[in-house]
Design a protein around this ligand. Structure first.
Ligand SMILES: Cc1cc2nc3c(=O)[nH]c(=O)nc-3n(C[C@H](O)[C@H](O)[C@H](O)COP(=O)(O)OP(=O)(O)OC[C@H]3O[C@@H](n4cnc5c(N)ncnc54)[C@H](O)[C@@H]3O)c2cc1C
Length: 309
């Protein structure tokens, strides 16, 4: 087999990528992790994490990232700041196109995670950064004593709405159904918070204003009634979409575009594994992302051993 630059290249430096890097570096694999922004992924926009085992009081997302990056540094994991733009998987030695050059590797772990879904309504793009946000930790402090609309009904929407009440005088939590999907403990806190008002059975049809967000237009999905709600900001947490711009139709994916893997994290392409939010997992959390990553490295090691035997 032709020489490759690396045994393993990990795409993405979120919790899945950093864990894959930890396991691979500890196994003394010739590994490279490529991260297009900074290591940490979505935990960087998470205010507080209280469901990651080993931290009974919970900890700030930024602190968890710091701990994960300190841990990989101990094992000298090389992390390159670069973007993966494409993959050539036609040969056993796989090629990865970066922004400035091409590298080759025997195996790949795709841990490129996911990004927030948009509402797709008028005003959403226009007011992005001027009242529209996907990140409470980043933008919440700009809304001191102001009124915010938050959209969604899952864990992230409910937990982040709670966080926004540290700053805002009122948070309307807008949900298209008449009950939340979030964990019961999060729901109980939201219902007990006097600053949070639920707006059930409703969707946003437009975000409006002059220079910044001033109001949203709501439609009740049961009655069809429309009304205008004056708000200073609109935070959107309605789910995520996989970061897979750099792959074409070479992988089997589910109906939402997430990469399909088996229990060993093997994709439909031999030697390419996927872990974390980018894959067809039933639960997108830090704890599942790191578990996937450990399995993916173990599978990649077996794959590489078999290439040589
Ligand atoms: C607001 C919020 C709150 C959350 N709260 C919790 C919580 O309390 N507990 C919990 O367990 N989970 C929480 N989650 C979910 C959790 O953060 C994710 O499940 C987890 O981060 C997934 O890890 P990942 O490594 O798979 O992907 P990500 O965290 O998405 O990381 C992927 C990384 O890949 C990089 N990347 C993407 N494309 C490329 C490319 N082409 N080239 C190079 N790099 C690339 C990205 O820049 C990113 O750093 C929360 C998420 C959000 C958004």
């Amino acid at each position: 087999m032709k020489q490759a630059d690396y045994n393993l290249v990990i795409i993405g430096g979120g919790p899945a990528g950093l864990t894959a890097g930890l396991y691979a570096a500890r196994s003394r694999m010739h590994v490279l992790l490529v991260e297009k922004i900074v290591p940490g992924g979505q935990i960087l926009v998470t205010d507080w994490v209280e469901n990651y085992p080993g931290f009974p009081e919970g900890l700030a997302g930024a602190e968890l990232v710091q701990r994960m990056t300190d841990q990989v540094k101990r094992f000298d994991l090389p992390i390159e700041s670069n973007e993966v733009l494409g993959l050539d998987l036609s040969q056993p030695v796989k090629k990865i196109r970066l922004s400035d050059r091409e590298i080759s590797t025997q195996a790949i772990i795709i841990a490129s995670g996911a990004s927030p879904k948009k509402l797709g309504v008028p005003g959403e793009d226009k007011f992005y950064g001027r009242g529209v946000s996907f990140c409470g930790t980043c933008d919440g402090p700009f809304f001191k004593d102001r009124v915010i609309a938050a959209v969604g009904g899952g864990d992230t929407a409910v937990q982040e709405s709670q966080y926004l009440t540290k700053f805002a005088k009122k948070v309307y939590l807008i949900h298209r159904r008449d009950k939340l999907r979030a964990a019961k403990v999060l729901q109980e806190r939201a219902f007990a918070n006097p600053k949070i008002e639920m707006v059930w059975d409703s969707v946003i049809t437009a975000i409006e204003g002059q220079k910044e967000v001033q109001q949203i237009v709501l439609q009740n999905v049961k009655t069809g009634a429309r009304n205008v709600l004056p708000v200073d900001g609109c935070f959107i947490w309605i789910g995520i979409t996989p970061n897979t711009e750099f792959i074409d139709d070479q992988f089997q994916r589910d109906e939402y575009g997430f990469i399909e893997v088996n229990a060993r994290m093997e994709t439909s392409v031999p030697g390419v594994f996927a872990a974390g939010d980018v894959r067809n997992t039933p639960l997108r959390q830090i704890v599942t992302a790191v578990g996937d990553a450990a399995i993916a490295v173990s599978s990649a090691e077996h794959y590489i051993e078999n290439l040589h035997s």
